[in-house]
Ligand binder design. Structure first.
Ligand code: CTP
Ligand code: MG
Length: 231
């Protein structure tokens, strides 16, 4: 049975891409004939499940208004914030007239253009009946070391360590409240950590390893390779 709750996508895209060291924020670098952010948002639109995609954009961003995507009827622009969490909260608040408290929100980094429609549906299908929600994540293949001052203190059981990806899927009202209550806490680097701080336990859903975040210059070539392989 189809659930009565709607789905919204939130895309934080107000970062400057410092580690990328490019002449513009990394979401506007060319990738596969479009910009990175166009690749990302087109994946979300292609999923066909979102009532709207809310994109958080910096007030000093001259690139976004130039894209046709900015005028797409399924896309809403919200002001970005100081930290990623501030941008996400701003986009959530921009949806407040339309979104219901129990609706689902999938937050996805603009800098992850290789997300597949299959992973979007996997996350939704796994968590749609869940009370809290959860995130796409990757298990660790390498042996992991706990290090202090350049010296190994211990090996860490890799079965208990997962790498957090996006999308991260939570109830609209619960996520907004969690981000408001943890506002200013620099430990909140993703949505799940805001809920964790309130004592909740988000679930993990194993995602695809090609859902990389473009962070450093070499990542762009890797994303290009993954997109070609997916096509
Ligand atoms: N982001 C945002 N608002 C901020 C900071 C980041 O919306 N104040 C977004 C970025 O645009 C990106 C996502 O959050 O899509 C993940 O952040 P990250 O990879 O760290 O991007 P940047 O902060 O732009 O890069 P850097 O940390 O290297 O400066
Ligand atoms: Mg950053």
């Amino acid at each position: 049975m189809e659930s009565a709750f709607r789905y919204w996508a939130v895309v934080p895209a107000a970062g400057v891409g410092k580690r990328m060291q490019a002449d513009r924020p990394k979401q506007y670098l060319p990738l596969g004939g479009k910009t990175v952010i166009e690749q990302t948002v087109s994946r979300l639109l292609a999923a066909g499940v979102f009532s709207k995609v809310a994109v958080a954009i910096s007030g000093e961003d001259p690139y976004w208004p130039e894209l046709a995507l900015a005028a797409h009827p399924g896309v809403l622009t919200a002001p970005g914030g100081k930290e990623r969490a501030d941008s996400v909260l701003s986009a959530l608040l921009a949806l407040s007239d339309e979104a219901g408290e129990q609706d689902w929100v999938l937050v996805h980094d603009a800098a992850r253009p290789c997300l597949t429609v299959a992973d979007i549906h996997l996350l939704i299908d796994t968590l749609r009946e869940d009370a809290v929600g959860g995130i796409l994540a990757l298990s660790s293949h390498d042996t992991l070391k706990q290090v202090k001052g350049g010296m190994i203190e211990a090996s860490v059981d890799r079965r208990v360590i997962w790498r957090a990806l996006t999308p991260q899927m939570f109830r609209y009202g619960m996520l907004r409240d969690a981000l408001q209550r943890t506002a200013g806490d620099l430990a909140v680097t993703d949505e799940a950590s805001a809920l964790e701080l309130l004592g909740l336990q988000p679930k993990i859903v194993e995602g695809r390893p090609d859902n990389i975040k473009i962070t450093r210059p070499e990542d762009l070539a890797l994303a290009e390779f993954y997109l070609e392989r997916q096509a």
